[in-house]
Design a protein around this ligand. Structure first.
Ligand SMILES: Nc1ncnc2c1ncn2[C@@H]1O[C@H](COP(=O)(O)OP(=O)(O)O)[C@@H](O)[C@H]1O
Ligand SMILES: [Mg+2]
Length: 212
């Protein structure tokens, strides 16, 4: 993927303007951070990109394709979205089953699923928890599992909404290292965050909501 582009996007919740005539280009290979105060519309932008919300005006392009009215199933396979609360996107009983779930649903061969689970275990440091029960994991572990599950589907772009919330310094660094590896694989990232220190360490560019 080369770029995601917002062109004159506007969005309202009921009658309240949240996004007004927004123009924004996200480089498909970079880690772009979106920062700004609470309530400034960061989460709304992520949801508009995913197609969870529809813009009232303007267009959103995925490379040159207009995706403003595309449904979640089209984008879901291409853009990975990590919710602020990762527990919401973990479905299976064990970590191993959660990672395998989306590919099994698609009828993928077991041999390929096992190989991929091994490579995700490596990428997201899951060695110690791969056979653990998901509901017993810490917040940081759940987040790594959710990210690994997203990566099983080989997304072209990743949106992370406040991924450092409730992570301690060590877990933040682990997340940062995982993001670096993700980027090395050619996957771009939109990092929505109010964690300035984290953003300054890992983002290639920073966009402040106040500046848009
Ligand atoms: N479901 C909703 N219904 C009505 N207003 C909402 C809803 N979600 C968010 N808002 C409002 O939209 C604005 C932007 O919210 P949001 O995108 O979540 O901001 P941020 O992620 O930057 O904190 C806020 O004023 C918020 O109160
Ligand atoms: Mg938010």
């Amino acid at each position: 993927m080369k770029q995601l582009k917002f062109e004159n996007i506007s969005f309202k919740y009921r009658k309240k303007d949240i996004i007004n005539d927004l123009n924004l280009t996200l480089d498909g290979k970079k880690c772009t951070a979106l920062v700004g105060p609470n309530g400034s519309g960061k989460t709304t932008i992520g949801k508009l990109l995913m197609g969870i919300l529809k813009p009232e005006g303007g267009c959103i392009y995925y490379d040159d394709l207009d995706i403003s009215n595309n449904n979640l199933s089209y984008l879901g396979g291409r853009i990975g979205y990590l919710f602020q609360n990762p527990a919401k996107q973990i479905f299976a009983v064990t970590v191993r089953d959660d990672l395998g779930f989306p590919l099994r649903m698609n009828g993928e061969k077991e041999e390929i699923i096992h190989k991929k689970i091994d490579s995700m275990t490596d990428l997201f440091h899951l060695e110690k928890i791969i056979d653990s029960k998901c509901h017993l994991l810490s917040q940081g572990e759940k987040q790594r599992v959710a990210l690994a599950s997203i990566f099983m589907r080989e997304p072209e772009y990743l949106i992370l909404d406040e991924p450092t919330t409730s992570l301690d310094q060590v877990r933040k660094e682990m997340l940062g290292q995982s993001l670096k590896k993700v980027k090395e694989k050619g996957v771009g990232i939109l990092l929505i965050s109010h964690d300035k220190k984290f953003v300054e360490s890992y983002a290639d560019e920073i966009i402040e909501m106040g500046d848009l």
